[in-house]
Ligand binder design. Structure first.
Ligand code: ADP
Ligand code: MG
Length: 232
C-alpha cells in the first residue's frame, strides 16, 4: 500500500478546551490510485490531509507513505519529505501576486532534481502561452492550472488537493478534474483529493467518508469514471 494509516489521532488544544479532531483514522490507498475524501465542514478532512503531507503532525498512530513513517520523522526530515515527495493544491491557488506564472512555478524547491521542466508542465496543464502573465491576468481556472503546474514540476509521488474546485464554476471544475486525472495517468502520481461534491467521488479508485473525525464509510470503485463523464 502506498498510503497506510493506522489509528491516527489528533487533538487541538485551545486554552483548557481539548478538541479531538481525528479519532483513530484507518486509511489505505494503492500506488497510482486516486482517493477522494468526502465530509462536512469541520469533520477533519484538511487536518488529515495536512498530516499525510507533513504540514501538521498526528498525536499518535501510524502514517506510512511509500514506506516512510511520516509521524516519526524529526522536523528536518519532515520538511525534506514534504518538499521532495508531496505536491499541494489548494482551493484558493495560493499564488504570489507579484510573480509571473513561470516565476510562481519556479519558487518550488527541489526542481533541479526533477525529470520535468517548466515548458513540459506548462504544456501539460495547458497554459504554455500564459507563462509571462501575472495571476491577476488569469481566470480562476487558469490560476488553478498554475498551482497544479507548481505542484507537479518536482514530480511528487503524492499530490494532495484540498477542495481544488471549491472556488470554480461547473465547467471549469470539470476541466480541472480532467487535468488531475491526466496527471495521474501520465506521471503515475498518486492523488488524494478533498471535495464536498459527492458526484466527484465517481472518478476515484477509493472514497472515504469522514464525519466528526472518523471514517464512517469507505468504498472502492472498480471502474472509475472519466471526469468529463461526471454529471453534477
Ligand atoms: P475540514 O477540512 O473537514 O473542514 P478541518 O480539518 O479544517 O476540517 O478542521 C477540523 C476541526 O479542527 C475544526 O473543528 C477546526 O476548527 C479544528 N481545527 C483545525 N485546525 C486547527 C488549529 N490549527 N487549531 C485549533 N483547531 C483547529
Ligand atoms: Mg478543509
Amino acid at each position: 500500500m502506498f498510503i497506510h494509516i493506522l489509528n491516527l489521532k489528533k487533538s487541538y488544544q485551545s486554552g483548557v478546551v481539548t478538541t479531538e479532531v481525528l479519532k483513530g483514522i484507518e486509511m489505505k490507498l494503492e500506488k497510482g490510485g486516486i482517493g477522494v475524501i468526502l465530509g462536512p465542514s469541520g469533520s477533519g478532512k484538511s487536518t488529515l490531509m495536512n498530516i499525510i503531507g507533513g504540514i501538521d503532525r498526528g498525536d499518535s498512530g501510524s502514517v506510512v507513505v511509500d514506506g516512510i513513517e511520516v509521524n516519526q520523522l524529526d522536523d528536518n526530515k519532515l520538511t525534506t519529505y514534504r518538499r521532495e515527495q508531496i505536491g499541494f493544491v489548494f482551493q484558493f491557488y495560493n499564488l504570489v501576486p507579484s510573480l509571473t506564472v513561470s516565476e510562481n512555478i519556479e519558487v518550488v524547491s527541489h526542481i533541479s532534481h526533477s525529470p520535468l521542466n517548466m515548458d513540459e508542465v506548462l504544456e501539460a496543464v495547458g497554459i504554455k502561452d500564459k507563462k509571462h502573465r501575472f495571476p491577476r491576468e488569469l481566470s480562476g481556472g487558469e490560476q488553478q492550472r498554475v498551482s497544479i503546474a507548481r505542484a507537479i514540476i518536482k514530480n511528487p509521488k503524492l499530490l494532495l488537493c484540498d477542495e481544488p474546485t471549491g472556488a470554480l464554476d461547473y465547467s471549469t471544475s470539470r476541466s480541472i478534474l480532467q487535468l488531475l486525472q491526466q496527471v495521474n495517468e501520465k506521471y503515475g502520481t498518486t492523488i488524494l483529493m478533498i471535495t464536498h461534491n459527492t458526484a466527484i467521488a465517481a472518478m476515484a479508485d477509493r472514497v472515504f467518508k469522514l464525519r466528526s473525525g472518523e471514517i464512517v464509510a469507505e468504498s472502492v470503485n472498480q471502474i472509475p469514471v472519466p471526469a468529463e463523464r461526471i454529471e453534477w
